[in-house]
Design a protein around this ligand. Structure first.
Ligand code: HEM
Length: 497
């Protein structure tokens, strides 16, 4: 018979008194020397780490990415080097504004964060289930997120705060329209698409750069809750997305997504009708058709949620050779923000946590710091260059510097009409006009339901300002929302449309 494991303290001392504290007499006070009691209570008090400042509520799983189509003319990334090549990966899905433990079915964009463990380093694609975003300059992110969280006085979510912000930032309209449609309440995580959203670069073996958008199309088909179903589900089963994901994977019904890309040659970016680096815009598929790349399948649940999902850390800065950034200002801001957030949430050595560690190679001269638990490179030299170790720089990875044409630094207006950056209405209007009658009706009802909760002294001002944006996107949409809100339509709204 195999020997049973003994119960021990954290330092490995076997002990017996696990449930009764050391007291003076049967009914007397406790003695300070019951170290096991201190250790149990103290460790428990430290079980929580700061939750993610956004996207705190999430679910994840491991899987495999398989290349199905040759895209080596666009990228030299090893992960895409041949058809059939497989790469291990991790996905974490999330809502954005809710705290950890909040309802999975809340109306919110969904995070779609991926980590590919490639042989040339980990590639993180940290996207959403929407191809666009609310804002187009990273300086605005903190203000925007404050409006999605709790009001400083009431400590409650506030529709007034949200619509105030959105109405004052019309560039949000495209994303707000998607959020108010039934895509704002997906049925779990398996039934939604994922998008890299930003424009990224691919660089091929000839050092040619292409601008690229990533689309992960769900093979399960799009399925959404209606607003009523989502609200009901929040009460009935706030963990619906977590349950749906782990149960399907556990029973072998593995969810999968097909990766497709849109590719824009670098030259065309200069004159394309939409600013290709504006995160509030899509590239119509008629202009840049989808090209299939491969399949991502999630086939393994995490054994321990905290270790592998809560401690996972994704960063848009983590690209690999053959995949790179673009001048999208939002992306540029995110390059700094995520590793900074991880150093705060998980510590300077967050990339050593097994789920985040590159399984192939990590060789550098970074040393020490809190929670360095990997041996810290032992006796090896901790400076570069040195005459002792065998770490060398591989010149094959030399990067071609990105082209930067403007040489004048300024705080350029993100919505500058002269640069054609002030059209916030054409694309959301086109999207509305493409929707089925039912989808249009649900969008209108969901929007009316949300906007009717605007309250306080600025109610009318905020409502009218936002209505003008809906009108400008599409007069019929504006009229229907105004009707639903019981607002008398001023003919000037049509004039502005
Ligand atoms: C300048 C704009 C943005 C900033 C500064 C920002 C910042 C952050 C921060 C600080 C976190 C928490 C990271 C952590 O503690 O682990 C986060 C999480 C996340 N963000 Fe953003 N974000 C921005 C825009 C976006 C956009 C445009 C997308 C999608 C296209 C996005 C997708 C995500 C996702 C999916 C997560 C959760 C990652 C995970 O599952 O761990 N964010 N963001």
């Amino acid at each position: 018979m195999s020997e049973k494991k003994k119960l021990t303290t954290a330092s490995g001392r076997p002990y017996v008194e696990n449930e009764d504290s050391l007291s003076v007499g049967r009914r007397g006070p406790l003695l300070l020397e019951d170290y096991v009691l201190h250790e149990k209570m103290a460790h428990f008090n430290r079980e929580r780490i700061p939750e993610r400042v956004v996207h705190a509520n999430g679910s994840g799983a491991f899987g495999t990415f398989t290349v199905t189509n040759d895209i080596t003319k666009y990228t030299r990334a090893k992960m895409f080097s041949e058809v059939g090549k497989k790469t291990d990966m991790l996905a974490r899905f999330s809502t954005v504004g809710g705290e950890k433990g909040s309802a999975d079915s809340d109306r919110d964009p969904r995070g779609f964060a991926l980590k590919f463990y490639t042989e040339e380093g980990n590639w993180d694609l940290v996207g959403n289930n929407t191809p666009v975003f609310f804002i187009k300059d990273p300086k605005k992110f903190g203000d925007f997120i404050h409006t999605q969280k709790r009001h400083p006085f009431t400590n409650m979510k506030s529709q007034t705060m949200r619509w105030d912000y959105w109405s004052l930032n019309p560039e949000s309209l495209h994303q707000v329209l998607i959020l108010m449609s039934d895509r704002g309440t997906p049925y779990g995580y398996r039934h939604m698409n994922g998008y890299g959203s930003h424009t990224f670069s691919m660089i091929n073996a000839k050092d040619e750069r292409f601008y690229v958008k990533f689309h992960f199309k769900t093979d399960q088909g799009i399925k959404n809750f209606t607003d009523e179903e989502a609200t009901e589900m929040a009460g009935k089963n706030p963990d619906i997305s977590q349950q749906d994901l782990i149960e399907h994977i556990e029973k072998g019904d593995y969810p999968s997504w097909t990766l497709k890309i849109q590719v824009m040659p670098q030259e065309e970016a200069k004159n394309y009708k939409w600013n290709p680096f504006d995160l509030t815009k899509v590239w119509p598929h008629g202009d840049y058709p989808l090209i299939e790349v491969g399949k991502m399948e999630l086939n393994k649940n995490a054994d321990n949620y905290f270790a592998q999902i809560e401690q996972s850390a994704f960063a848009p800065a983590h690209v690999v050779d053959g995949i790179s950034y673009s001048p999208d200002k939002m992306l540029q801001g995110r390059l700094l923000s995520y590793p900074d957030a991880h150093r705060y949430r998980l510590g300077a050595n967050y990339e050593q946590i097994p789920v985040n560690r590159c399984p192939y190679q990590v060789n550098n001269y970074q040393r020490d710091g809190f929670m360095r638990v990997d041996g810290n490179h032992g006796r090896a030299e901790n400076y570069f260059p040195n005459s002792f170790d065998d770490i060398s720089i591989d010149q094959d990875h030399k990067l071609k510097a990105p082209e930067v044409k403007d040489d004048e630094a300024a705080w350029y207006d993100r919505n500058d009409p002269a640069a054609g950056d002030d059209d916030h209405y054409t694309q959301p209007g086109n999207l509305y006009r493409l929707m089925s009658d039912q989808a249009k009706t649900n969008l209108v009802n969901n929007t009316v339901g949300s906007m009717s909760q605007i309250d306080g002294e600025k109610k009318e001002e905020i409502t009218m300002r936002q209505l003008c944006h809906w009108f400008r996107a599409d007069p019929e949409l504006g009229s229907r929302i105004a009707d639903g809100l019981g607002v008398e339509i001023d003919q000037s709204m049509f004039a502005k449309a």
